[in-house]
Design a binder for this molecule. Structure first.
Ligand code: DHB
Length: 303
């Protein structure tokens, strides 16, 4: 069984890409992801300057997932080139998707150009971090901002531009249409869902930043619904992400219309070789039914 695929002409050895936010701030940890069966790595979202992020606690486990409020910690774009250099030196062919966040179209554009210079195969615009002041969903919940930012970035780079959207809106389709109008090459859906946990003994929120983003198992039905709605109304390829723990989950996203998927929290629950495990599970599902990977993409949309 062949699991090779492509998105925006980026050839992938399988449909599983690591999601932004996990083991992706350093060259050597990204190499570990690449050696564990992922077809491409997405970097931690990188901004204009180095940022420490929020004080601990920044992550808490809840029923069906994890809530995090890291606060976009990152080394800044100037320092990040060295991390990508490590990957390029060790694995020439490695596919790296550079995630970026900024507050204005101009800064997004600047960061995208720098990432392109570092040799990434695509940029992913983080317009969806659910809790950072002035960034992410705070600007990315407005279709007009999504349009302007996408358009500006598209003018400045020649690599594919992926836009990662927030589910914390009334209509994710409106955001997806803005991406399309702005010339995006693919849509990534979804980022985390706004959530919170209260410590009932202390009588206060657990996370230092109080409200964070929920990832993991419990958000999968929300992600599948968003991918289905987007793929029903917009022509762009969709990267499905949110709560994929197994091959069956990945298949569900693909049937909803995702061309490929990203895996994040499952690394915490099923360890680093989760990519190999999920690829094997997808393979078994397809083999048992005599199907090819391409057969299932959008299958549920056609019924
Ligand atoms: C962070 C960014 C995100 O996009 C997200 O979904 C969760 C957390 C962060 O660094 O805070």
């Amino acid at each position: 069984m062949v699991l090779t695929t492509e998105i925006c002409d980026i050839k992938l050895k399988n449909p599983l890409i690591s999601a932004s936010g996990i083991l992706d701030e350093h060259g050597y940890s990204m190499l570990r992801l690449l050696d564990s069966g992922t077809s491409a790595v997405t970097t931690k979202s990188i901004g204009m300057n180095e940022r420490e992020g929020n004080l601990n606690p920044t992550v808490v486990e809840v029923e069906g997932g994890l809530i995090n409020g890291m606060g976009l910690p990152n080394p800044g774009i100037d320092n990040f080139g060295d991390e990508i250099k490590i990957i390029k030196r060790e694995r020439k062919e490695a596919k790296v998707i550079g995630s970026i966040f900024a507050d204005t179209p101009e800064n997004f554009s600047f960061l995208a150009k720098r990432m392109e210079g570092y040799g990434v195969c695509a940029v992913e615009l983080n317009l969806s971090c659910p809790h950072a002041k002035g960034f992410g969903a705070e600007i990315g919940s407005n279709p007009e901002n999504v349009l302007q930012i996408t358009r500006e970035v598209k003018k400045s780079v020649s690599i594919p531009v992926f836009v990662k959207l927030t589910p914390n809106v009334t209509s994710i389709v409106e955001l997806a249409k803005a991406c399309e109008e702005g010339g995006a090459d693919a849509i990534v859906a979804i980022n985390t869902v706004r959530a919170m946990k209260i410590d009932i003994n202390a009588g206060m929120p657990v996370l230092n930043c109080k409200i964070g983003g929920l990832s993991g198992k419990s958000i999968k039905p929300i992600g599948v619904r968003c991918v289905y709605e987007i793929a029903s109304e917009v022509e762009l390829p969709v990267v499905g992400v949110g709560g994929i723990m197994s091959g069956e989950d990945a298949i569900e996203y693909m049937m909803a219309g995702a061309k490929v998927v990203q895996i994040g929290s499952a690394i915490y629950y099923r360890e680093l070789d989760v990519f190999k495990k999920i690829n094997n599970e997808i393979e078994s599902f397809l083999d048992e039914r005599n199907l090819e990977l391409g057969d299932i993409v959008g299958m549920a949309l056609k019924r």
